[in-house]
Design a protein around this ligand. Sequence first.
Ligand SMILES: [Zn+2]
Length: 467
Amino acid sequence: MRSRILCATLLASALSFSVPALAQASTPAEKQVVELSSAAISLRSVRGEGNETIKVAELFRQTLIAAGWSEDEIEIVPVDDTAYFIATWKGRNPKLAPIVISAHMDVVDAKPEDWERDPFTPVLEDGYLYGRGASDTKFDAVQAMVAVMELRKSGFVPERNIVIAFSGDEETTMITSKIIAERLKHAKLVLNVDGASGTLDEATGQPAYWSWQGAEKTYADFELEVTNPGGHSSAPRDDNAIAQLSGALVKIGAYRFKPELNDITRDYFTKAAQFEHDPLLAAAMRAFAADPTDKAAIAVLRGNPAFAGKIATTCVPTQVTAGHALNALPQRATANVNCRIFPGHPKDEIMAELAAVAGEPAMTIREINAEYVVTAPASPYDETFVGAVTRALHGAFGEVPVIASQSSGASDSMWYRALGVPSYGASGTFMRDSDDYSHGLNERVPLAYIGRSLEYYRLLLIELSSK
Ligand SMILES: [Zn+2]
């Protein structure tokens, strides 16, 4: 998945930088990014019948072999109707823990009839590349891959292995994501290019700020259920499954989990406050970063849907099914409560808290779809990493502010973090918030900054793989 980090109300024009409008794709490497990501977009890598993920992997294999990788450095492993891809560039000291570049080759499905342009026909128009996967995440994957190929062609040899690891079902079951993380659990660090990214100023189109992602909330669905013997509606009983479940849902709907702060969100609130238009909100962000028990700040942040999820676990009822006839006492009432759990809390703990809040002895609660999600801690706020990305970003884009972020959705990073491997969303792509159509119609990515993004990856990989 990919999600924009700062909310739409944030002002992105507080600082301006003299980044010239670059001629698009002016070097062979930039041209290769456009051509290869276009070729990848034209392959319909959607789970189910006709899935072409393995063809994307083949395309990447051929490209790397043309750039100097040997056959035995590249693995394509089919899993069900998809596949995963692991390519290793051996460093001077292969015993050192490797640096992993993570992305995914699959995309969310797209219905051609809903799009203005065919989603699986890449279109270059007005400085954008359009197509399903343009922003999530074929362009990012290709850009990072081309940066690695350029580095290898330049004669640079890393100390550590640099491993390109692309999953094939990140948007659905994450079976390959889980397998890859298990295989690479000895990694020193994962750079997930399907996460965070840079933001362009809406008006000027120049880089305004850049985010790295160090944590994700844990997704969980809990099924709540009350069952009764039922009976004729003309002969009511004291217990009623619909009324009992409704009472529980009212309490859960009104409940607010304890606000909390970690190193990642502290950095986010502190630095993002300077881009916030609304002075009340900006003050609340700063106050919360200084003291997460500040009641007034909590009230302001909770009142804004874009921030409510950044300060605490959230759980909301999302579906209800109950009763079987207009004139019968309900035998069953079921609801789904969807939670986004703040890093550091096991799902069981949140489930127990919901049961206590509901206070309904007749209600059962159980987690559903547990196999798709694992509880993952936040990655550490590691000064070595933060220093390296900041230097690389500034070297390529100028003094753009660098902000940590925690996202409310899950990516492949979840599987690495769950195994104790630090994983950081660190895409070198910059785009306007208003250009973000990930998972939506007319998905697109701007092409103006490919050269700078390649430079960012070059600087970052040299530093991270050299020690
Ligand atoms: Zn994604």
